[in-house]
Write a protein that binds this ligand. Structure first.
Ligand code: ZN
Length: 297
């Protein structure tokens, strides 16, 4: 693990990053990383960043935002800020993400795949904006979320997932984000259900928000591992599901790698994510850098 002062010069264009979770299962690839490093960010040292390659296409891989769920030393909110600051420094154009999720929608069940196309952020302590976490002066108007996720990358995920052999595939869904580090209560799930959430998990709304604010194309696909709290008491069936779940997650890893390659190889025509007033134009210059807030250690 190298602790770099600035992004590495690899000699090639690396446009795409994959955010790791329990459904990407790239641990076997981490040992084949061509480069593993961390970057300094205003929020502290970044998570380990891996340079991986699939079908000759290089991409960055950051598992779990570097969050260590077994200790309290790596706060989840700070970890998000570090990850997206590092992605911005690397000049990443596209970010794909996957996550395990609990389903709320009555037609969904464990083993299904869900491409999200909207979100509700129920989290209360995570920064609502990556920009206000990192810069004091923000010469821009509010980021827009219509549509909330990148339509181009979402279409790529939709195309890649067609070969998936477990469960059903949902091409649209509203994602409900909770804080994490615990599961939700039944009453919280009822609230999310009434609000219109189809699935719940802990990462992808913040990722979609930070991506849009930084002018990065972003899309996410979720693998349903459980019914949300209070919606099923059939835990025996859930236990029997373990082997199928492992196979399903491996397929998720395979098609996400395909999606990374297709994303990297495309010529972007999407004007939604970078927008006419792309935020990085404002926040990447030396003048903007001088306004970085040293708000974390
Ligand atoms: Zn886009």
């Amino acid at each position: 693990m190298r602790r770099l002062d600035s992004p590495p010069k690899t000699g090639e264009s690396i446009t795409t990053a994959l955010l790791g979770s329990s459904i990407t299962l790239l641990h076997q690839l981490e040992s084949q990383a061509e480069l593993t490093f961390t970057l300094p960010t205003p929020a502290g040292e970044s998570a380990p960043i891996y340079l991986l390659r699939h079908e000759q296409t290089p991409f960055w891989y950051i598992p779990f935002h570097g969050i260590d769920f077994m200790t309290s030393s790596n706060n989840v909110e700070v970890a998000f800020t570090r990850t997206w600051s590092a992605l911005h420094q690397l000049g990443v154009r596209d970010v794909l993400s996957g996550a395990a999720t609990g389903c709320i929608h009555p037609d969904m069940k464990p083993g299904d795949l869900v491409i999200i196309d909207d979100f509700i952020d129920f989290a209360t302590s995570r920064p609502r904006s990556i920009l206000t976490e990192l810069w004091e002066q923000l010469p821009y108007t509010f980021a827009a979320f219509v549509p909330p996720l990148c339509p181009e990358l979402t279409q790529i995920l939709d195309n890649c997932v067609q070969a998936y052999r477990f469960g059903d595939v949902f091409s649209t869904a509203t994602f409900g984000q909770f804080e994490g580090h615990r599961y939700e209560s039944p009453a919280e799930i009822q609230m999310a259900q009434r609000a219109g959430a189809d699935v719940v998990a802990h990462h992808n709304a913040s990722e979609a928000i930070y991506a849009r604010e930084l002018g990065i194309h972003y899309a996410a696909i979720l693998y349903v591992t459980n019914y949300a709290a209070g919606l099923s008491t059939d835990w025996v069936a859930a236990a029997d599901y373990e082997e199928t779940s492992r196979q399903g997650k491996q397929q998720c890893a395979d098609f996400l790698l395909d999606a990374v390659v297709r994303s990297a190889q495309r010529s972007p025509e999407c004007v939604v994510c970078p927008g006419p007033d792309s935020q990085p134009l404002y926040v990447s210059g030396p003048a903007a850098a001088s306004t970085l807030k040293p708000i974390y250690r």
